[in-house]
Design a protein around this ligand. Sequence first.
Ligand code: ADP
Length: 849
Amino acid sequence: MESEKSRGNLYRAATASFDFNNPMDSLTGLLQLASDLLDAQKSALYEFEEDPAGFSPRLSIGISMSDLGRVATKPKHKVLRTAFEDHRAATTEDGKSSLGLPLSPGIVACAPCRSSDQTIGLMFVAREDEGPFSDSALATLEILATRAAEVIALARQSANQSYVLHKLSLLYQASHAITGTRDRQEAIKQTASHLLKATSADACEVLIFDEGSDETTRFRQQLGKSMQHTVVSVHGDNMPSYPAHEKVIEDLEPTLISLEPAIGSSKDLTLLGKEGVSAAAIFPLATRNEGLGLVRLLFHQSGRQINDQELELAQAIINIGAVGIQDAIHLETAESRANQLQTLGEIGREMTSTLDLETALENAMTYTQRLLQAEAVVLFLLDESGEKLVIKASGGTRMRIRDVAIKLEEGIAGWVTRNNTPLIVNDVRGNPLYHSAIDGQTGILTTSVLCVPLARREEVLGVIQSINHPRGAFTEADQQLLTSVAAWASIAIDNANLFQGVADERRRLEATLVETADAVVLTDNAGRIILVNQAAGQLFRINPELTPGRLASDIFVGHPLGDLLMDDEISLPAGLEVTTPTERILYATISGITDVGRVAVMQDITALKQIDRMRSQLLGTAAHDLKNPLNAIRLGADLLTDADLTDQQRKALSMMQRATESMANLITGLLETIRIEATSTVDYEPCQINDLVSRAIEDLRPLAEARNQTVTFEQHQDSILIMGDPSRLNSVMTNLLSNAIKFSGEGAKIEVTVSWDDEEAIVSIMDDGPGIPEEEIPRIFEHLFRGRITVIDPNNPIEGTGLGLSLAKTIVEQHGGRIWVETEEDKGSKFSFALPLEPTPKTGSLRPE
Ligand code: ADP
């Protein structure tokens, strides 16, 4: 009966089925079965734990778990030793010997839960003291314990698998969330929040090293009021300098520090204590190329610390975080670089698109302040004395100051100006250059300064100073930006100065032109009026204000001035007399002005003309009135020639005859000059130059021969025709040739040549006579001028009137030609005149002068 029952028990123990998908249910079922089959009032299941090694209660029936103690791995009790060493179930013999065993007092039996040759648990049963458990009962307990071992092993395995799954899914989510964002803050937040999900840490801090700033930006993820994790950034809160942090940055390996148990240097522990943290796991936040910062996982409860699995998972998430954060930083940098470039472009446009320097600089400073995110940006310019720097423009929310001046010897701005070198001072209080006086005037408490010179071609004009970096420290990159702004600013200042100079110049010129007594008309290259000054307006009876933009030919209708200002054929400069509708006579000079057009400057010569006319009239009358008495004297003298006279009387008579002769010549010359000058219109007819020259030579040959002189002229085969008045041109030739004969000595050689090109013919009369002293050359073409040579021999003065060359000049110019002399004392003279092959039918010379 007994054995039947025990066989049945064995059978049930081995075959009873449980839901193995639910390990807890299965284990409870197995323990319950043990109690039932073995008539035990109490039973318990222990499971092995590695840290610290030993067995802990997992399930109990008939007794509270809290009443159950742990079982060590090296137990003293015989029952336990049998279970551990022989891997068999054992029972106490009586109630007393169960002391020190779980479930005691009573009869206690224990069986090891064996799986893969390891004891991973213990199964205990206990009942009132009714004598030890039978062998078959122990066998039943062994079976049940082994089955429990299977369930535990299975559960562990599946827990392991699900942990791996859990880890993979966390990593997947983390990488999705972190790398999916383009925002640095968001990447940091996601990293922190996934770290808190993956570990049992109470807080997570991400410290990003900020380039250009000594501080690190800290983000702390903690439970917010809404029980949602929030990331808070902790500014200005300097991270205590943990030796452990340095080590992590250096080794790029995670490190753990904790108070209980004490791990880490004493400084680390002190700092940890101060922060109110019991343990911290510190990880490097780094990509392969770059250390970005640190991550700290903090534990507040004493004795808690990250475990190996968490550590591994955390590092994986941090690695993903590093990549995501760095991406975001790169993107941010690229974006901010692009924004900066755009703003720089705007600043450049702002400064070069307007000539209103004040507004341009003011706007540029506002842009610059935004660009650098500084508290203020100020532009100083050197004043005219070069001793002071004056604020000319500023940008910043609270900044609207101008014209505040500082001395050149003072402050950072002064230093930068004097040295023409940019300067960054990120701690002004510690810098001797800093001069706090300016703060009083700007109302800003300066902490950091970036100052760059504003230079134009080596010359420093001033500085641009950026005050107070948003995060405390200006960088090289900021300096580059501000230098670019300074370059734009100096171009703007340069442009404005140039423009101002041009505008001033223009105003001066306009004033001069408008108010000058001479009449002035200015046109553009198309002949449109730019300016008619007051004098011109009055003389031509036009309103100067209505003329700009209209064609000169429309304003001066039917007047030669219209043509002169518009005719492309005319070579400039040109000069001529014009008569105005107000009957005034003007001498107009028309010149071309490069890139502008033409200008006519006209002097009123009416009065001069009148005086000239009066002079001629007077001279004419006087000459005329002298002519008759002189003729009477000459006639009388001629009559005396045949009279009987003494030698002395004859000498006196011949002197009288010579004097009257020369006087008559003078009068004839004067009358001729007056006549020719008075009638400026020439009777044109075709003249052969060759004939002109030959005739004059033939006429004067007897004179030359009387002095043994030779006159040569190699006549050209070609006929050279000019248009002109033959008798007047003959008088030019005769005058020049007779001078050559008259002034050159006995046996002189005189040569006449003719040359020509497309435009003009040139006749030259060359002698080897005395030449003309240099100081006389400018005067020889004047009326009545006679040179020293004429009186060198007082006994034998050279006859003449001083009218020959002036007359020749008048005639040549009336023909649109020019006359000149090349001469050297004691070597000879060469008089030349040029006549246009096509005469210009206008008064005065329109040929280049
Ligand atoms: P005139 O011959 O009647 O003196 P001109 O007007 O012809 O007056 O000449 C002016 C002056 O120029 C002369 O008095 C003379 O001093 C100088 N002159 C003119 N032709 C010559 C010449 N061929 N050689 C030297 N001197 C000359």
